[in-house]
Ligand binder design. Structure first.
Ligand SMILES: Cc1ncc(COP(=O)(O)O)c(C=O)c1O
Length: 364
């Protein structure tokens, strides 16, 4: 069986470093908002190429807190992609705003920049491009639209840590940017975790309070906040893993380019020359999806769909059942054809070959 995710080989490869970091924290007797978090935040900000980083409890919270810092009011609208993980939408709702989704491009699954402007109203308070599957959105085009209407951009980098756009890392270009360290992510914690990056000192100071019950100093609450902190153990683990991230990303890219050169019976997504993707997921398209997924499963290759339901068709979406399907032709077609196949750096050469040969032998 080739698993879709397999965490053990990575842990075994860096076990002494991880175990040392975990024991260091246990021995210190300090578990929340301490030196480990400070050190990781500094290293992560430096890695991304931003002045500030704030560690938080999850990627969802990273988006929620970013929007809270920007100041959402009842009725504020936030535009994002119709194909994303539902947490992007949940975070917008948690921040008290209304999610508005734009259609995508069928060749890459990313928000269609030509379809953003039609959703902008006087109530639009942020645009969240989602760097899906580890690819960067076309941030110049998005920034151009955002600047025209003076709307801040919040990059959703949950899947794109380490990816670049025109030489800059994703998460260094938007006003505030959100990362997830959920275990499956390219930089995965051993539990939940997230981070926010920004170059704006005022927003940074606001975020430090917002993640800590709105405290300015202990027990003095200047504003309404939540409890969302990246704990010391996860920060120490992530700091170790950050040092390996670029080599893992290089392996993902190498595997992706091998897949591209060898896969014949499916369509691969378009690769953009404006940046370097980090292949959080490798997604292929096939019109015979059901049979394809069953075939792979029968041959012992786990596979998944990211994501089977466009946001406007999710029951928890505020406008569920009231929004015209005609607005989302690309999202609808895309969601019916996509399949994600295993792409992690620890896949062995035999496993890679088996995946390619199995896929190429699928006749439909
Ligand atoms: C695109 C995207 N945004 C946001 C999130 C939320 O991150 P988390 O699971 O850490 O809350 C995820 C991960 O599930 C994601 O893939």
């Amino acid at each position: 069986m080739i698993r879709f995710d397999n965490f053990n080989p990575q842990y075994n490869a860096i076990k002494p470093e991880i175990d040392e970091a975990v024991h260091r924290v246990l021995d210190s007797g300090w578990f929340i908002l301490g030196k480990e978090l400070e050190a990781f935040e500094k290293a992560f900000a430096n890695y991304i190429g931003c002045k500030y980083c704030v560690g938080v409890a999850s990627g969802t919270d990273a988006i929620t807190l970013s929007l809270m810092a920007l100041g959402m009011e009842g009725g504020s609208e936030v535009i994002t992609s119709n194909i994303t993980a539902f947490p992007t939408i949940a975070a917008i709702l948690h921040a008290g705003a209304v999610p508005v989704v734009a259609d995508i491009c069928g060749n890459d699954g990313l928000i269609d920049t030509a379809k953003i402007e039609r959703h902008i109203t006087k109530k639009t308070k942020a645009i969240i491009p989602v760097h899906l599957y580890g690819q960067s959105c076309d941030l110049d085009k998005i920034n151009e639209i955002a600047s025209k209407y003076a709307i801040p951009v919040v990059e959703d980098c949950a899947q794109s840590v380490g990816a670049s756009y025109k030489g800059k890392k994703t998460g260094s270009i938007g006003k505030i940017n959100a990362f997830s360290f959920y275990p499956t992510k390219n930089l995965g914690a051993y539990g939940d975790g997230g981070a926010i990056t920004t170059n704006d000192e005022e927003l940074y100071n606001e975020l430090l309070q917002l993640r800590n019950y709105g405290q300015r100093v202990r027990y003095y609450h200047d504003r309404f906040g939540i409890n969302s902190r990246l704990d010391e153990i996860q920060a120490a683990i992530l700091h170790v893993k950050l040092k390996h991230l670029d080599s893992w990303s290089a392996k993902r890219r190498e595997l992706a380019s091998y897949y591209r050169s060898r896969l014949t019976s499916v369509t691969c997504l378009e690769e953009h020359s404006y940046g370097e993707a980090v292949y959080h997921l490798f997604v292929v398209k096939t019109p015979k999806r059901e049979g394809f997924m069953e075939y792979l499963k029968a041959k012992g290759i786990q596979n998944l769909i990211h994501y089977p339901v466009p946001m406007h068709k999710q029951k928890a979406f505020p406008l569920y059942g009231k929004i015209s399907d005609d607005l989302y032709p690309e999202s609808n077609a895309f969601a019916e054809q996509i399949v994600s196949i295993p792409v992690y750096p620890e896949l062995t050469l035999e496993e890679r070959e088996k995946i390619i040969e199995t896929i190429n032998s699928f006749a439909g």
